[in-house]
Write a protein that binds this ligand. Structure first.
Ligand SMILES: [Zn+2]
Length: 110
């Protein structure tokens, strides 16, 4: 009923197509990305992040890799951020300051 929302839906649906009974999205670089469910997408992100060849990369990097390999789901970025924040290895070996603690020193006024 909302005309603005109807125009938005028409504009967005132009990038989707159905081939062999599967939904595909055409990315900006004209690569067809197969639309997967969020559960499948989270499994893909887990495999990329901490799988056999996973190197615990950041959220943007693993989402980019999943999209480059032809997968798409709309909640990919938030799923990746949640995955990286919940990863124990990333939290344990994150960059930490190894400088010894020192007492605060006042800087004399000149
Ligand atoms: Zn990790």
């Amino acid at each position: 009923m909302d005309e603005a929302e109807a125009r938005m839906v028409v504009r967005r649906c132009k990038s989707f197509t159905i081939m062999n009974n599967e939904l595909y999205k055409r990315s900006i670089s004209r690569v067809f990305q197969r639309c997967v469910t969020p559960e499948e997408g989270r499994q893909i992100l887990r495999d990329i992040h901490a799988g056999d060849c996973g190197h615990h990369a950041g959220a943007l990097s693993i989402v980019a890799k999943a999209f480059q390999h032809g997968f798409y789901w709309p909640t990919a970025h938030s799923d990746a951020v949640d995955l990286v924040r919940a990863c124990g290895g990333c939290q344990k070996y994150a960059s930490q300051s190894h400088m010894p603690g020192l007492a605060l020193k006042t800087i004399p006024l000149t």
